[in-house]
Design a protein. Structure first.
Length: 462
């Protein structure tokens, strides 16, 4: 019957065929467009059945369209139900709004950017892989965190200032702590505000001549803290592009304590030099950090050594081996107990190899951490005094020996002689008895004579 009607209405038949052809061509063009997308694309109806799945979706999801078209999206991708995909797609359908979001899809291990909007009786979804962008962003964020950590956690004051108007753009915690200003106060100031007023012309000249965009600079200047304290700092700066502005990243190293310590050392050395010239003693100054040992001219005058700069090792090598351990132990004990005064007598070798006795009096200097950093000493030649003392000791020893001889060796023969003399008085009329006693007296006299000779020898011995 339809054929009969078509025969009766050939124009209607031609219109129908033409319409179906145009519809087919339109669908083909739409399909070609969708397949040419660089983004993945799919469509679902209101029952969540997949009605279209392009090639990029196949590639990205590793899912052939033959296995997904006509099936429920949430049955195929049950892993996506707990994720943002489920809630956002339902929001788009229920509220008839477009949605755009990013989400991580664990089964594929990728991040995707999704744009979904209601279309006809369903939902059209575009999505693309942004994993590389995400990783780049994470890397960038990590680098930013590292920069912030390096900047904020640095123990050295740092800041960034606008190269054009000199305004502080950022400061780290060390700068806030060291200079006494709050972050807000810093950000309302320029770098001129921490400089001495008398230094501003020099600062402006330096900014014009020595500091230029793209160049590293290093200068020694004075800064003023919020409390008015003036400090000496080494300022090092380099160009950075900060928040769309040409800027300078600056690091300020406070050298005030170092400069003061150096000045104090120079003053001390001047006093040391004056004292050295005013005494005949050998004055020495040991740097316990470097081991360098400086001497005045006494090292030449007393010991004959030509140089005035040696090392601690050289000093140890010239202390008599029998005295060295005792001196080192004494010094170590004083340092461990934070005692400052050292007095010691020992023998020190001269340039000709001989030794002289010295009295060494030293003062130990400790730093703020309680560590020894310097020892200053005065070495006095006491060789003659020691020799005199040794001579007195030797003489006393001989006198003690003589006294012992007198009390022990002399008394015995003398007692014998006295006893024999008493017997001779009693036997003066008995010639035979006297003849026996006389040899005995002679023997005792000889014994006494030998003892007296020994005493004389000890008395004359030097």
């Amino acid at each position: 019957m339809a054929d009969h009607q078509n025969q009766r209405n050939p124009e209607l038949f031609r219109d129908t065929v033409d319409f179906e052809y145009q519809l087919s061509q339109y669908r083909k063009r739409i399909s070609n467009i969708l397949e040419s997308f660089t983004d993945a694309f799919f469509e679902v109806d209101r029952e969540w059945k997949v009605t279209y799945w392009n090639k990029e979706a196949e590639r990205l999801m590793l899912m052939p369209r033959s296995e997904v078209i006509g099936k429920n999206l949430w049955d195929v991708y049950a892993d996506a139900v707990p994720l943002k995909f489920f809630t956002e797609y339902h929001k788009a359908v229920d509220e008839n709004v477009s949605v755009r979001f990013e989400e991580y899809f664990p089964p594929r291990g990728i991040w995707v950017e999704v744009a979904a909007f209601p279309s006809g009786n369903g939902l059209s979804v575009y999505f693309k892989d942004i994993t590389a962008n995400k990783k780049s962003l994470e890397t960038l964020q990590d680098e930013r965190r590292k920069y912030r950590d390096l900047f904020n956690l640095s123990p050295v004051p740092q800041w960034v200032y606008d190269f054009d108007n000199l305004q502080f753009l950022d400061v780290n915690e060390a700068a806030i702590s060291h200079y006494g200003y709050t972050r807000g106060e810093f950000l309302s100031m320029t770098i001129k505000d921490i400089r001495l007023k008398s230094d501003i012309p020099a600062l402006e000249e330096m900014l014009c001549t020595k500091v230029a965009v793209g160049y590293f600079s290093k200068n020694s200047v004075k800064h003023q803290k919020k409390n008015g304290e003036i400090i000496s700092v080494n300022v090092e700066g380099n160009t950075v592009y900060f928040e769309g502005k040409n800027a300078r990243l600056v690091m300020a190293i406070d050298r005030t304590a170092e400069i003061q310590a150096k000045q104090a050392q120079e003053n001390s050395l001047k006093r040391f030099d004056i004292v050295s010239k005013a005494t005949s003693d050998a004055i020495w100054d040991l740097d316990m950090v470097t081991g360098e040992m400086l001497w005045n001219q006494g090292i030449r005058g007393i010991f004959g050594h030509e140089k005035t700069s040696y090392t601690e090792k050289w000093w140890q090598e010239h202390v008599h081996p029998e005295d060295l351990d005792k001196i080192l132990w004494k010094a170590k004990s004083l340092i461990e107990n934070h005692k400052t005064r050292l007095n010691a007598e020992y023998r020190f070798r001269c340039a000709d190899g001989s030794y002289r006795f010295v009295l060494d009096r030293a003062f130990i200097l400790f730093n703020g951490d309680g560590l020894p950093v310097r020892i200053i000493g005065s070495m006095q030649d006491v060789t003659e005094r020691v020799s005199d003392l040794n001579a007195i000791k030797d003489q006393n020893r001989r006198l003690q020996e003589i006294s012992w001889i007198q009390s022990h060796k002399v008394r015995s023969p003398l007692a014998k002689i006295l006893g024999l003399v008493s017997l001779m008085k009693l036997s003066k009329n008995d010639l035979s008895a006297l003849n026996e006693l006389i040899p005995m007296v002679a023997s005792s006299a000889e014994e006494l004579d030998a003892v007296l000779k020994e005493i004389v020898e000890k008395t004359e011995r030097k």
